[in-house]
Design a protein around this ligand. Structure first.
Ligand code: SAH
Length: 238
């Protein structure tokens, strides 16, 4: 986005040093949607509109706000990352949301992806194992007004049985296999999206329940942080 910074700084040496305004961020979002998403094949107009609307710079540490719209994942503390914008959009598109769905997200992290999904579905339940991340995420989503998202603290490999079944489930951390509780909590016709593979490299898979049949399709290659829990990877040293 350095070209944008340069153009807003034209003929004004001081502007370059000033913190970006909300208007600058809005412009960066537009460029992100055009160059990183639309140009690379994201077609779902509702998903594109959601990506245009959610202030990603509010979901990263303040010192990274200037990089919030860059084409890459960013560190959010506690060894975790907020996914690259393209991956968030590609996942939203693959879930084929129409607005009526109950969605379950595993791996709330910053809450960014949950915020995007909340604009595309009726209700989002998101589960996070790390308490500090979960509490910060809950506070942030509340402050920004995403009031159809509920943040839960727990092991998301067990799903969130309370509100099951879900028309869409998305796992934003890498799983060694499909956690059985997630399949069990998937509604008829529902879509489960998750990265499956090793801790180093995975394939994004879309699993659909059609009656007794489970149909699995491989989408993108990807790299996520590990899913740690009963049906994920074992905690380090434990
Ligand atoms: N969707 C997030 C990015 C998530 S990074 C965002 O938009 O910011 C993956 C997250 O999954 C991390 O926060 C990590 O702590 C969490 N995680 C790992 N194992 C988990 C588990 N078993 N249950 C719930 N969350 C888990």
């Amino acid at each position: 986005m350095s070209d944008l910074q340069d153009s807003s700084a034209e003929g004004n040496g001081f502007r370059r040093l000033a913190a970006p305004t909300e208007g600058d961020y809005a412009l960066r979002r537009e460029v992100m949607v055009e160059r990183q998403l639309r140009k690379r094949g994201i077609r779902d107009e509702r998903a594109l509109a959601a990506m245009l609307s959610v202030p990603r710079h509010e979901f990263v540490p303040p010192e990274s706000a200037g990089e919030a719209y860059d084409d890459r994942p960013l560190a959010i503390g506690h060894g975790q990352t907020i996914s690259q914008p393209f991956m968030v959009a590609a996942m939203a598109e693959a879930l084929k949301l129409s607005g009526s769905e109950r969605v379950l997200e595993i791996g709330a992290g910053s809450g960014y992806q949950a915020a995007v999904l909340s604009l595309l579905a009726r209700q989002v339940q998101t589960v996070e194992t790390q308490e500090e991340l979960a509490l910060a995420c809950r506070e942030r989503l509340q402050r920004l007004g995403y009031d159809n998202v509920r943040v839960h603290i727990g092991d998301g490999t067990l799903g969130w049985a309370d509100q099951a079944p879900y028309e869409a489930i998305v796992v934003t951390a890498a799983a060694p296999d499909i956690p059985p509780p997630l399949l069990a909590q998937l509604a008829e016709g529902g879509r489960l999206l998750l990265p499956v593979g090793t801790t180093e490299a995975q394939q994004l898979q879309r699993v659909e329940r059609r009656g007794a049949e489970i149909v699995t399709r491989a989408l993108h290659n990807c790299r996520f942080v590990p899913l740690i829990g009963q049906y994920g990877w074992k905690p380090r040293g434990g």
